[in-house]
Design a protein around this ligand. Structure first.
Ligand code: UDP
Length: 250
C-alpha cells in the first residue's frame, strides 16, 4: 500500500503525520493480503550500523515500511514526524483488541511460563501470546527454530512483534517472511525494547524529556551498558553534515 516517503541515503522513510500512520495501520490490519507487511523502526545508531553491515542494510531495504524512530533521523531526513516503535506497539495493541486479532511477541526475555504476556497500557490490560524464542538469538538451535515455526503455524497470529535487538530481529523478519505469509500474518514488526517499557522493566522518558528530544539520555541512564552504542550518534551527525548520507535516487 503506497504512502508518502522521504528518501534518505538509499532508504525510504515513512513521511506522514502520526495520525496518518495510525490510519494506515488500521487499514493494514483490516485486510486479508497475500503477503505480510513488514515494518522496521531504524534510528541513527542503526543507520550507522547499516553502513558497515551489508546484511542489515539489505534487511532495512527489504522492509515495506521504515519508520523514522529517533529524532536524529527526523532531523537528517526532513521526515514529517517521529514515528516510534513504542507508540506503534501501543496503537497495535489497541487496534488488535478492538478487532479481536491475535498478537504474538517473540523475544524480549520476559517471564511468561504459560506462554501469555499481560501488559497494561492506557488503562487497559492486554493479553498476548508470548514466545521467548531463543536462548541466544544470534545462534538459534534447530530445536528452538522448529518450536517457533510450529507455534506460528499453529497459532496463526495476525500480528507478530519481534524483540531480539537490532540487527537480529530485522534479519529474523526477513528470514521468516515466507512462514509469516503462509501463516497469514498480516503485519510483523521489529519492536526492540518497546515492551521493556510496557512490562515495566524500563520507564519511558517523561513527556518533558521527550519534548526536548532527550529520550535516548533517559534510557542511557537506566541502561548505562548502552553507552557504547551511543558512540554512533556523533558518527551519524558527522556523516550527515559532511554529506555522506546523500540521497541515492532509485
Ligand atoms: N533481546 C532478546 N534476545 C537477544 C537480544 C535482545 O530477547 O538476543 C531483547 C532484549 O531483552 C530487549 C529487546 O530484545 O527486550 C531489545 O533489545 P535491545 O535493547 O538490544 O534493542 P533496541 O531497543 O536497542 O533495539
Amino acid at each position: 500500500m503506497s504512502i508518502k516517503t522521504k528518501a534518505f541515503w538509499d532508504l525510504r522513510l515513512v513521511d506522514v503525520s502520526w495520525q496518518e500512520w495510525g490510519e494506515l495501520l488500521h487499514v493494514l490490519l483490516a485486510r486479508q493480503s497475500a503477503s505480510t507487511t513488514i515494518i522496521m523502526t531504524p534510528n541513527p545508531e542503526q543507520i550507522v550500523l547499516a553502513a558497515r553491515d551489508e546484511a542489515f542494510h539489505d534487511c532495512l531495504r527489504a522492509a515495506d515500511y521504515l519508520l523514522p524512530d529517533g529524532q536524529g533521523l527526523v532531523w537528517a531526513s526532513g521526515a514529517a514526524a517521529r514515528l516510534t516503535g513504542a507508540d506503534t506497539c501501543l496503537a497495535l495493541l489497541a487496534l488488535a483488541h478492538k478487532q479481536n486479532l491475535k498478537i504474538l511477541l517473540v523475544g524480549g526475555r520476559y517471564q511468561a511460563p504459560d506462554g501469555r504476556l499481560r501488559v497494561v497500557a492506557n488503562g487497559q490490560t492486554y493479553d498476548l501470546a508470548y514466545a521467548p524464542g531463543y536462548q541466544q538469538a544470534r545462534q538459534p538451535t534447530d530445536q528452538e527454530e522448529q518450536a517457533i515455526r510450529a507455534l506460528i503455524a499453529h497459532l496463526r497470529p495476525e500480528i507478530v512483534l519481534v524483540a531480539l535487538g537490532a540487527p537480529t530481529q530485522e534479519q529474523w523478519l526477513i528470514d521468516h517472511r515466507e512462514l509469516l505469509r503462509q501463516s497469514r500474518v498480516r503485519l510483523a514488526m521489529a519492536v526492540g525494547g518497546s515492551f521493556d517499557f510496557l512490562t515495566g522493566r524500563l520507564r519511558r522518558a517523561p513527556t518533558l524529556w521527550q519534548k526536548f528530544h532527550l529520550e535516548w539520555l533517559y534510557r542511557l541512564w537506566q541502561e548505562p551498558h548502552r553507552w557504547r552504542r551511543q558512540l554512533a550518534l556523533p558518527v551519524f551527525v558527522y556523516k550527515k553534515i559532511t554529506g555522506q548520507w546523500r540521497t541515492i535516487d532509485q
